[in-house]
Design a protein around this ligand. Sequence first.
Ligand code: FEO
Length: 170
Amino acid sequence: MALTEKIQAALNAQVNNELDASYAYLAVATYFDNEGLPGFAEWFRGHAQEEHEHAMKIYNHIYQRDGKVALEGIKKPKSDFASAEEAVLAGYEHEQVVTGQIHALFELCAEEKDYGTQNMLNWFLAEQVEEEDLFRRVLDLGRATDNNSWFLMQLDEQLERPSEGGESEA
Ligand code: FEO
C-alpha cells in the first residue's frame, strides 16, 4: 500500500528533523572540541551519526512504500554555549523535541490507518526512551562536576572510554 500524501509529507519532515538533530549534535561536538574536551566531542559526534542513521531508516521506509523523499534545508545549528552543562542540556532538550515529533507522527499514522508506518515507528518510540535516559544521565554527571575543570576532564576521559565509563554506548 502506497503512502498517503499526508504521511509522506510528515515522514519527509521527520527525515529533515533527524538530519537537523544530527547537525545540531555535530555543532555541540565542535563546542567541546574547541573547549579541549575530546571525550564529550566524540560522544556528540557518535550521536550525530546515529541521527543520520535515523533519517536513513525513514528515508528507506518512504521508498519501500513507493513514496518519494524530498530533502529540505537545515537551519544553522547553535555551537556557542556558556558551559559544558548548557551544551549537554541543549542535547537533552533536543531529544525531548524529537520525542514529541515521533509521538505526533505516531498519532497521525493512527488517524490515517497506516499501520505499517506505525509499526516502523515503534522502533523510534523505544529509541527515544533510551536516548532521553542517556542524555539525562550524562547531564546529571555534568552537573555533578559543578563546572570544576578537573572533574570535567575526568568525566571527559570516561566518555572517551566507553568500556570503562559505560556512558557512550549508544
Ligand atoms: Fe533520532 Fe535521538 O532522535
